[in-house]
Design a protein around this ligand. Structure first.
Ligand code: PLP
Ligand code: ZN
Length: 439
């Protein structure tokens, strides 16, 4: 069967026919050895416009099959993921108006509705499982701090692929349980995420097992690019600010890829500023960015970043201490006039309580970092009057029950009914906002 997609090496322009060839060459360009490729499609690009502005009901990201790197629809392994609601959260807009006199439009993309594992990694899971099925791959490996581990475990189980998941020592216990409950293998490496990646690399090389190449992996980038298609389908506009919690940076890379596809179709009148948010106890990219900014971006600044050993963050999904993708993220951020910031992770329970109060949705810790980044951006003056902000909230609370227990606050423990203090919700709300303002 001829392939409807191919890869082009971003470094030297070499063409690679399809995933079979890509895997055969060790997921590297056969000419220059680099592993960052652009995925191209032979489908008429105008079809993308029709798919986005469809009147049909969209059931999963496979609506965009023509612009995903899979040749045969029979190989699709799906659980109805990728049609995440995008909502206007007016209480965030009201806050910006009241305290900063900024008129903003604030959209939130909420992946906690994905049917498989309730994070935005489900869309990478469905694409990976489908491609591996198409290529007849039976064993695969990922190193992951949590959400990818879980999503890939789910989808690859569905495709009958044996998955090795390499996790850092302090991985959340539920993740280990969840991976192995699917019958996949969790390998807990006695060290941090960077160490887990090293062990994974050694094991897969010795045993000739294909392993994800990480944040630039076309399996991840091509799935996540569909977010932008969905923004256009659901809101009719491209935001002026894209806000996301940052670990390795697949998100901004994927958004950029989508915009590159959509621009020639006349659908991109402007590019969003990328504002990426790291947890304060694992923020190597923020540190590197601040240093570069302070020194006026000297020659080679993109390659100057710290390598944090055993980062102490409790937000394990964002625990990339050695950010190998910084050079890419740094360039994207600068080109977009964006920012890389940190959010004080001791405050994330307060953020999540406020969100749960206002929306009745319980968000996970990485999402709380992202939401915290919204308030931080306002305080730092990074959002401008008239901005359209897209907050990509990556996970629901299901992924981290330890965090759910931290959200408890309005309770009494009593031995008689006289000890119960009465309350009203208006006071609770006032306190929640005070916690944000007095941050
Ligand atoms: C919920 C959530 N938010 C944000 C991120 C960061 O994603 P990225 O790879 O784009 O840095 C992840 C995964 O690492 C995640 O699971
Ligand atoms: Zn090359």
């Amino acid at each position: 069967m001829s392939s409807k997609y191919y890869f082009v090496c971003k470094n030297c322009g070499q063409k690679i026919e399809n995933f079979n060839q890509w895997f055969k060459h060790g997921q590297k360009c056969p000419n220059c050895g680099k592993n960052f490729v652009d995925t191209k499609y032979t489908t008429d690009p105008k079809k993308l416009k029709d798919l986005i502005f469809t009147k049909d009901t969209v059931k999963s990201l496979w609506h965009y099959f023509d612009f995903l790197p899979l040749n045969d629809q029979n190989n699709i392994v799906s659980a109805g993921e990728g049609v995440s609601p995008v909502s206007r959260w007016d209480f965030l807009e009201d806050f910006a108006k009241k305290y900063y006199n900024k008129n903003l439009k604030v959209y939130v993309m909420r992946h906690n509705f994905n049917d498989a594992t309730r994070t935005f990694k489900d869309i990478a899971g469905t694409l990976a499982a489908s491609v591996l099925k198409e290529c007849g791959v039976k064993e695969y490996a990922v190193a992951s701090t949590g959400n990818t581990a879980n999503a890939f475990s789910h989808y690859l189980a569905k495709a009958g692929v044996s998955l090795y998941v390499f996790m850092p020592e302090d991985a959340v216990k539920e993740n280990i349980a969840s991976v192995s409950a699917y019958g996949q293998k969790a390998v807990i490496c006695k060290g941090d995420y960077a160490f887990a990646k090293k062990i994974a690399g050694e094991f897969t090389a010795k045993n000739n097992i294909i392993m994800t190449i990480g944040n630039t992996d076309p399996l991840r980038v091509e799935s996540k690019k569909t977010w932008v298609y969905e923004w256009l389908r659901l809101t009719g506009e491209i935001p002026t600010v894209y806000l996301q919690a940052l670990s390795g940076g697949t998100g901004p890379i994927a958004v950029d890829k989508a915009l590159n596809e959509l621009e020639p179709l006349g659908l991109v009148s402007h590019r969003p500023r990328y504002i990426s948010v790291q947890p304060s106890l694992c923020d190597p990219m923020t540190q590197a960015w601040n240093k570069a900014k302070a020194n006026n971006f000297p020659e080679g600044w993109q390659n100057d970043f710290p390598k944090l050993q055993n980062p102490a963050t409790k937000v394990q999904t964002l625990a990339t201490g050695v950010p190998g993708t910084y050079p890419i993220i740094a360039d994207l951020t600068k080109k977009s006039n964006g920012e890389i910031i940190s959010f004080d992770e001791s405050k994330i329970n307060k953020i999540a309580r406020l969100i749960a109060f206002k929306t009745l949705e319980k968000i996970g810790p990485a999402s709380a970092i992202c939401m915290g980044g919204y308030f931080e951006s306002l305080q730092k003056g990074l959002l401008k009057d008239g901005d359209v902000v897209m907050i990509n909230m990556g996970e629901g609370i299901e992924r981290a029950s330890f965090f759910l227990s931290e959200l408890a606050y309005n309770y009494d423990t009593v031995s008689s009914s006289d000890e119960i203090k009465k309350f009203n919700r208006a006071d609770i709300e006032e306190q929640l906002w005070r916690d944000i303002i007095e941050k």
